[in-house]
Write a protein that binds this ligand. Structure first.
Ligand code: SAH
Ligand code: SF4
Ligand code: F3S
Length: 446
């Protein structure tokens, strides 16, 4: 039997990371694959791509160009391109990179072992970027893990069609995984020592499992309640949620589920109603603020982070300053910000974009200055406080233990004995923008 050695490179969001981890599980199980970190040692090379912003294609062909020579020296090597660029471009990728063997999409990566078998047998490339609904999730083997925190995808795809976004076209329509499979996956993880679950989906709060024949239904709040009952799962995070589906029910669940962290990533994108409407975000600034206020009523210390798109077509200086005001008004914590990038085939790409790139860069620069100040402020406030940290491992950089606080900051500290996998109390003594240094105090009692 062939000695399969897989090298996989992943770009993009946490869901792509999760997908790559599932590709590894499937390839190990079905092809007895070993995973290698050295591309020179591998005979199966997989690139899991992202197309959310510009230069995605350029980056892809640049990477493939490097792999081309490896294949020249060893024609037995299989090269596969997956993810969102593969889904968007399909066969077109072959025009520039004829030496590719497999093109697969985010919904068909579970078919990779069969595709590899066929490519080897028939010596011909294969393309499968279809959207075969729930089939993929059914073929995931139960994960083996040594981690204390784990991602779990609960839904995938998007029906919102924000005018700038490529995701509905690359990931397809919303699909919610059966809740029983999700619970099974989380129970399996918890039995292996996982204590924190990070639920993933393009819009987790539109999770809506329906089996009409069995009259079996489950929405996001119901799912959260079920997860909170799983033994040893002490922290629950989720990304990304959408303001439109952030119902009062979901807000109120923060009263009932202490495992839900007091840190929420809820992207607003812009502080201008006019731009939000052009983006087709389906909420206005006031509605967004209402959600945050209601949450803060229940959890006064909750910290909110967001995503922002700067320089959307026709964004005026006033629109931009409204965004800055919103950041300060709702006292946002660390957030992500991007210059608008026209994506092929999206409605926004046909809108007149009258802002120069220099102006966009200046706006982004200023916005990021304010975001940095906010992040700093929250980090500094933590100095001298006691925080609970879930210890993930020992850093190779400084040989110190590291883990995350509830508000998603990485903390480093030293300790005399191994406390990996434990929740520990630490006292924060120093702060660097995104990471903190602390003094170990004690391991938390249950
Ligand atoms: N489903 C999530 C976001 C997923 S994409 C939501 O609706 O909030 C992650 C982030 O990428 C978005 O929040 C947005 O800020 C950014 N993004 C998406 N498309 C973009 C584009 N065309 N140009 C620039 N940024 C974009
Ligand atoms: Fe993209 Fe909008 Fe869907 Fe988020 S909600 S994935 S930004 S279309
Ligand atoms: Fe990128 Fe696709 Fe994720 S476009 S951000 S990999 S959903």
């Amino acid at each position: 039997m062939l000695n399969n050695k897989l090298y996989i490179k992943t770009w993009g969001c946490q869901m792509n990371e999760y997908d790559s981890s599932k590709i590894i599980d499937i390839m190990k199980k079905e092809l007895n694959c070993k995973i290698t970190k050295s591309v020179q040692n591998a005979n199966i090379l997989i690139l899991n791509t992202c197309s959310i912003r510009e230069k995605a294609q350029e980056k892809l062909f640049h990477q493939l160009g490097r792999w081309k020579n490896l294949k020249k020296n060893n024609p037995e090597i299989i090269i596969g391109v997956g993810g969102c660029v593969a889904s968007q471009e399909g066969e077109k990728i072959l025009k520039r990179a004829y030496y590719i063997d497999i093109i697969f999409g985010p919904q068909t990566f579970h078919r990779l072992p069969k595709m590899i078998y066929k490519v080897r047998k028939f010596k011909k490339y294969l393309i499968d970027i279809s959207f075969p609904k729930i089939e993929k999730f059914k073929s995931f083997p139960l994960t083996k893990t040594k981690n204390v925190s784990s991602f779990v995808t609960i839904m995938e795809g998007c029906n919102k069609y924000c005018t700038y976004c490529i995701v509905p076209y690359t990931r397809g329509k919303e699909i919610s995984r059966p809740y029983k499979d999700i619970i099974l996956e989380i129970k399996n993880l918890s039995l292996q020592g996982v204590k924190e679950i990070h639920l993933l989906g393009q819009n987790v709060n539109s999770y809506n499992y329906r089996n009409i024949i069995k009259q079996d239904y489950c929405n996001f709040t119901k799912l959260l309640k079920m997860i909170s009952k799983i033994k040893n799962i002490k922290r629950i995070r989720f990304t990304t949620s959408h303001p439109q589906n952030f119902s009062d029910d979901l807000i109120n669940i923060y009263k009932k589920i202490p495992q839900l962290v007091s840190f929420l990533h809820l992207p607003v994108q812009s502080g201008s109603d006019r731009i939000l409407s052009l983006m087709k975000r389906r909420y206005n600034v006031n509605e967004y603020i209402q959600i945050i206020n209601k949450l803060k009523n229940i959890r006064p210390n909750i910290q909110i982070s967001s995503d922002f798109i700067i320089g959307f077509p026709s964004e005026t200086k006033k629109d931009f300053y409204d965004t800055i005001s919103l950041i300060l008004d709702i006292d946002l914590d660390m957030s992500f910000s991007f210059i608008y990038s026209a994506r092929p085939g999206t409605p926004a790409s046909k809108m007149k974009d009258n802002i120069s790139i220099n102006e966009k860069k200046e706006r982004l620069h200023l916005l990021q200055y304010y975001l940095k100040q906010q992040t700093k402020k929250f980090s500094l406030k933590m100095i001298n406080t006691i925080q609970i940290v879930l210890v993930e491992g020992i850093s190779t950089q400084n040989n110190q233990y590291f883990g995350k606080t509830e508000n998603n900051r990485t903390v480093f500290f030293t300790n005399d004995y191994n406390c990996i996998g434990e929740f520990v109390n630490v006292k924060i003594i120093d702060s660097y923008l995104y990471s903190l240094y602390a003094k170990f105090i004690s391991v938390c009692k249950n």
